[in-house]
Design a protein around this ligand. Structure first.
Ligand code: BTN
Length: 259
């Protein structure tokens, strides 16, 4: 039987972290865990507080997109108060933590697609939205929002079905969301603490990106660029070698692999 409860006690019980997930607040339904997390951070929530929702009614994705979080998925946000120079690395921490926890809990192979998608068998299984409030050179708060398609039938959601999948669909059985959340919080803390040791998290993230070395098309707002995804910079941006030989630095965009 799959232990599938995401109550605060289910998440914290046996969780071997130093601070992430010591405070967990679960909601049956809310608009967006990131919005609640930012509000709670503004009221002085402890670092590492995690907001979890069984369902989001107005989940937000990157570039003002919607994010679907029906029951059976995981939607959570982690509140952090990092130094300013950690901000570009939070997306690396989050995507590596998701990939590692998926592999540990399910045995499926997880891939990272620049900038922040986690794929299984080439399809998107997780989205990450990092948001921060910065005043001058001080971070008021940062929120890592993570949505994972765990136990759901993606074909019931035609808007995402062509490019998305779920863990249960890939595995042919249900996955314990509790085990996945606990593993995710543990990995996220390990990687977050490792940011103090220089560029090891950046190197792990770079070496796991399936995008690098491939011919890609990158759309960013109204602009689309083509080229070879040559590398990434420590600030997380993509370095695209264009057909004319020049190297273009792209801070945000959507990557499509070209054949
Ligand atoms: C994307 O791929 O566009 C990012 C999706 C991020 C979704 C998560 S679900 C938890 C958190 N709350 C939100 O409203 N969004 C993030």
């Amino acid at each position: 039987m799959i232990e599938d409860s995401l109550s605060a006690a289910a998440v914290t019980d046996g969780l071997a972290t130093r601070f992430i997930g010591h405070e967990v607040i679960c909601y049956p339904s809310l608009p967006s865990t990131n919005d609640v997390a930012k509000r709670r951070a503004g009221k002085g929530a402890k670092e590492g507080t995690v907001i979890v929702a069984e369902e989001q009614t107005a989940g937000r994705g990157r570039i003002k997109r919607r994010w679907l979080s029906p029951p059976g998925s995981i939607a959570l946000s982690i509140i952090l108060y990092p130094p300013l120079d950690y901000l570009p690395s939070l997306i690396m921490v989050a995507s590596l933590a998701v990939a590692d926890s998926i592999e540990q809990v399910t045995g499926l192979k997880a891939q990272l697609k620049w900038p922040n998608d986690v794929l299984v068998n080439g399809k998107k299984v997780c989205g990450i939205l990092v948001e921060s409030d910065v005043k001058g050179d001080k971070v008021d708060c940062a929120v890592i929002g993570i949505g994972i398609n765990v136990n759901l039938e993606v074909s019931e959601f035609p808007q995402i079905a062509p490019m998305a999948t779920s863990l249960s669909q890939e595995l042919g059985r249900k996955v314990s969301r509790r085990a996945l959340v606990q593993s995710l919080l543990f990995q996220a803390e390990k990687l977050y603490l490792a940011l103090a040791d220089g560029d090891s998290v950046f190197k792990q993230w770079r070496d796991r990106l399936v995008t690098l070395g491939k011919k890609v098309q990158v759309s960013s707002g109204e602009t689309t660029c083509k080229g070879v995804a040559e590398s990434v910079a420590p600030d997380g941006s993509l370095l695209l070698r264009q057909p004319d030989g020049s190297l273009l630095k792209i801070v945000a965009g959507d990557v499509t692999l070209r054949q």
